[in-house]
Write a protein that binds this ligand. Structure first.
Ligand code: FES
Length: 104
């Protein structure tokens, strides 16, 4: 497993996401309670910037058309057939590591 350091926990806001890139892949990081979650940075609907979405609990709303996704599971809240990618996150102290090889 190859882990890539992408940010620090303190860089991630509480009510929205943080856009990061790992090996050319756009990702969005979110902080929910004491954990950090990573999903695809590009909305599966029409390519909206997921890191700019507002976060309510573990649901993030895409800023373009309002689709909501659970940042823990990638599930879309209104259609079980739609899902965004999730990525494993590892915290080491303040450092956030992402693994791109395992997708949820
Ligand atoms: S691009 Fe995200 S909801 Fe349309």
């Amino acid at each position: 497993m190859s882990w890539i350091k992408v940010a620090k926990v303190t860089d991630v806001p509480t009510n929205t996401g943080l856009a990061v890139e790992a090996e050319g892949q756009a990702l969005a990081l979110y902080k929910v309670e004491d954990q950090v979650y990573a999903i695809d940075g590009i909305c599966p609907h029409a390519g909206g910037p997921m890191a700019e979405g507002s976060l309510n609990g573990c649901l993030v709303m895409c800023p373009w058309h309002g689709w909501e996704f659970n940042v823990k599971t990638g599930d879309c809240d209104f259609n079980p057939d739609i899902k965004t990618k999730t990525y494993p996150v590892k915290l080491e102290g303040e450092d956030i590591y992402i693994n791109l090889e395992v997708k949820g």
